[in-house]
Design a protein around this ligand. Structure first.
Ligand SMILES: Cc1cc2nc3c(=O)[nH]c(=O)nc-3n(C[C@H](O)[C@H](O)[C@H](O)COP(=O)(O)O)c2cc1C
Ligand code: SF4
Ligand code: SF4
Length: 372
């Protein structure tokens, strides 16, 4: 069975790519992504202005990950040297670039095409620093900037979007007109790890990019919504952690997915694991190709206005006397949950308005919603 997909006219051997970032910040990292089985590797963002790294630049809060890394710390000439040493095997190499003028973007595009890139990803909306604010505020610049790249090269061009950019139909329309072939979304969300309240100090010295599992719901919604706004191919980034989360994005219409924080937290081996488990899952579930799976969950999503209200009420499946728990009672704004005379959890149907919170929160799955 074939797991190949078509992205912007490029044949990828599977839908698993690695996102732009320090895991693909030089030839060694890129080679490790390729050797681990990624179908396409996107370089860390290359610009004309190699950025010195600040230290520390990675912060964690519970399972959240924040970074204050802008683009690559290598010069264009060094990139040329690095890329020439890579054994590409059957993987595609996509160069992520950023320039602050249209002519800079055109120049970089030509350069990376010459260096052997199969495609270009323009990174326009990182939440770190102030480089992209102008672009997001003046949508008239987008066509000029992105069009400059498209006109300069023969290879396909895609654009990496922030949540904000991916949610703007006007912005997406301008992108379509510029001739780009796909969008990837979402980039990191702007975040701060917290405040040391004893010393009145932010835990991070500047705004960072918040990534990983907690941004997955935002990224899932963005993937699904992008299909309403644009006919461009969508590559999902943001909270892809394992083969099951990769499948979620594909079922919501993603052409392919990108791994980022997963590599930082679990190492390059996670790429191999996800590719293997995805292939196994597809075979086990009888999908003849990735294309037959793509977008299959979109039909279950409706506009809020189209949902017909149902008259449901919580009910208890199994007697519960866990008075040390009472999560259901604490969750109920209607005071509909009570202990009956026998000391078991009961629901007052006259008070219950079917919100579903007690059902979602019961740690033992003892509650359900049923028709009245
Ligand atoms: C440490 C770090 C550095 C990153 N550097 C870049 C970059 O140079 N260019 C870029 O477009 N995105 C960069 N990103 C964003 C990732 O490519 C990805 O879009 C984001 O992390 C969301 O995916 P995730 O939730 O799977 O991590 C970086 C992310 C991290 C965590
Ligand atoms: S469904 Fe909502 S209103 Fe009904 S009992 Fe549970 S929490 Fe209360
Ligand atoms: S939340 Fe569930 S386990 Fe806890 S008291 Fe209610 S029914 Fe029992």
């Amino acid at each position: 069975m074939s797991h190949t997909i078509d992205l912007m006219g490029l044949q990828l051997k599977n839908p698993i790519m690695t996102a732009s970032g320090p895991w693909a910040g030089d030839a060694v990292g890129i080679q490790r992504c390729i050797d681990a089985g990624a179908a396409a590797v996107i370089t860390e963002t290359i610009s004309l202005e190699a950025k010195q790294r600040i230290s520390p630049r990675l912060f964690c809060d519970d399972d959240g990950l924040f970074n204050t890394m802008l683009y690559s710390n290598m010069h264009l000439e060094e990139w040329e040297e690095e890329l020439s040493t890579i054994d590409r095997k059957d993987a595609k190499l996509i160069c992520s670039i950023w320039g602050s003028t249209a002519s800079e973007i055109a120049y970089l595009s030509k350069k990376v095409e010459h260096m052997g890139a199969d495609a270009i990803e323009i990174s326009i909306s990182a939440p770190i620093g102030s480089r992209n604010l102008r672009m997001l505020r003046h949508s008239c610049d987008i066509q000029e900037f992105m069009g400059a790249a498209v006109k300069a090269v023969d290879i396909p061009v895609m654009v990496k979007l922030s949540y904000e950019a991916a949610s703007s139909p006007n912005f997406l329309r301008e992108l379509e007109l510029s001739g780009i072939r796909a969008v990837s979304a979402i980039d990191a969300l702007k975040g701060l790890a917290g405040v040391d309240i004893e010393n009145q100090r932010s835990l991070m010295p500047t705004y960072g990019g918040y990534t990983g599992q907690h941004i997955r719901p935002v990224s899932l919604a963005t993937t699904a919504a992008l299909h309403q706004y644009t006919p461009l191919q969508v590559v999902s980034s943001g909270g892809v952690l394992d083969h099951e989360t990769a499948i979620e994005f594909l079922m919501l219409g993603a052409t392919a997915v990108q791994l980022a924080s997963a590599i930082l937290c679990s190492g390059y081996g996670i790429i191999t694991e996800i590719v293997r488990n995805l292939e196994h899952w597809l075979t086990e579930h009888g999908y003849s190709s990735v294309d037959t799976l793509r977008g299959t969950a979109l039909r279950s999503l409706r506009a809020f206005e189209d949902i017909v209200p149902r008259s449901l009420c919580a009910s208890v499946n199994e007697k519960c006397r866990r008075t040390e728990c009472l999560i259901c009672a604490q969750s109920c704004l209607q005071d509909a949950v009570y202990l009956d005379e026998a000391g078991t959890i009961a629901i007052d149907p006259d008070r219950c308005d079917g919100c579903g919170l007690c059902v979602e929160r019961c740690p033992h799955g003892l509650l359900t919603l049923e028709w009245r």
